[in-house]
Design a protein around this ligand. Structure first.
Ligand code: SF4
Length: 377
């Protein structure tokens, strides 16, 4: 006789149902609708879609995904820089998702198909291995992602990288973009779910200043169904009680101070600077630039990157219709885009949100475009 299936602690259906009921109660107590909250993490959207959690959310609660997909917010000119470097004959290594992210006229995948040396790696360690294996050849790691991956880049640069190795940093820092999204005209965001994995590095304290400045509560959440439901209950309680504060609902991994060693390495190597997030806005302090001490590893200072050459091509017709920016700032849903599931599908993405497994359009497409199962007749 086979052993009975064990219910996973953080996926218990009965507890999920109880939390869903509690969420409805709290949202009703807010006394108006919709109550709009935002999560800033592709992994949260994946979990919400995968476990059908929107079916458990009360109709009066709007949970929108913000700019939490690192691939999606990598700006077009940043992709253009990597493409231009590859076209100039420099070997470029990056994550697989980045190959299909559209630049102004070409993606890294396009130029790879034309013969440029573009390598897919799982992380910076593999890029370092490639550089060490071919010491006579320059290798640029196109480094994308938030503080979670920026710490890996920082650590690598602090541990004796080979002289033929450099970094094209498109790293982004999440806390400043929360301010931008909150301040956008017409923003209805009343609270944020913060990504647990990033908070492992930064600590939950990193959100205190934002909460003081904007009066919007932040709840740090893990990624299991019960983590998300419990965090939403707490977040809506804070909205109901008009109590702007930071609450850590992922204490099994996140502390108030975070990982001090990782933070020291991060800020030893990088300095925050203003930069454009694709389709959203210029975000003061939202980009991570290499400090002068690491200039020799900075591809922007090591090479003359000729992006103007790329712009001589005619711009693609469809990219202008992409609604990624509005989706990532929470004012539109993928289904509001006329290209969703038609001209824009994962096999031939028009916008970056359809490329990555953390992109809202890609996730919605993968799960049938009906994340709220109540809307399926
Ligand atoms: Fe952009 Fe495609 Fe999403 Fe439309 S469906 S917003 S074109 S990524």
């Amino acid at each position: 006789m086979s052993a009975p299936l064990r219910t996973l602690e953080f996926r218990d259906p009965l507890k999920a149902k109880q939390l869903g009921a509690r969420l409805s109660e709290v949202v009703d107590q807010v006394g108006r609708e919709p109550v709009s909250v935002m999560h800033v993490c592709g992994s949260h959207e994946q979990a919400i879609a995968r476990f059908g959690l929107r079916s458990a959310f009360p109709k009066k609660l709007d949970v929108v995904m913000g700019p939490g997909c690192p691939v999606c917010i990598t700006d077009v000119p940043e992709v253009d820089e990597a493409v231009a470097l590859a076209l100039q004959g420099v070997r470029v290594a990056t994550y697989g998702d980045m190959l299909r992210v559209p630049g102004t006229v070409k993606s890294l995948g396009d130029v790879r198909g034309e013969g440029a040396k573009v390598e897919v790696v799982y992380g910076i360690d593999q890029a370092l291995e490639l550089a060490r294996a071919t010491p006579a050849e320059e290798l640029v790691f196109f480094a994308t992602g938030f503080e979670t991956t920026a710490v890996a880049t920082a650590s690598a640069l602090l541990h004796d990288p080979p002289p033929n190795f450099s970094v094209l940093s498109a790293h982004k820092y999440i806390p400043p973009v929360m301010e931008i999204v909150t301040e956008m005209p017409g923003s209805r965001i009343e609270g944020f779910l913060a990504a647990g994995h990033a908070a492992v590095i930064t600590g939950s304290n990193v959100f205190e200043q934002f909460v003081r400045d904007h009066g919007v509560p932040v709840v740090v959440a893990g990624f299991e169904p019960l983590d998300i439901l419990a965090a939403l209950v707490r977040l809506t309680e804070l909205v109901r009680d008009r109590e702007p504060k930071v609450v850590n609902m992922f204490p099994r991994c996140v502390t108030a101070e975070g990982n001090r060693v990782a933070q020291e390495q991060l800020w030893q190597v990088f300095t925050p600077t203003g930069g454009q997030w694709r389709g959203i806005a210029h975000v003061p302090n939202g980009n991570l630039r290499l400090r002068d001490d690491f200039a020799r590893f900075d591809a922007r200072r090591r090479f003359t990157i000729d992006v103007a050459k790329l712009w001589a091509y005619a711009p693609p017709r469809l990219l202008g219709q992409c609604r990624c920016g509005e989706i990532m700032s929470g004012s539109k849903r993928p289904s509001d885009c006329a290209l969703f599931g038609k001209a824009c599908v994962p096999e031939s993405p028009v916008g970056a949100c359809m490329v990555s497994t953390e992109g809202t359009c890609r996730i919605w497409h993968q799960y049938g475009g009906h994340l709220d199962l109540r809307s399926v007749s």
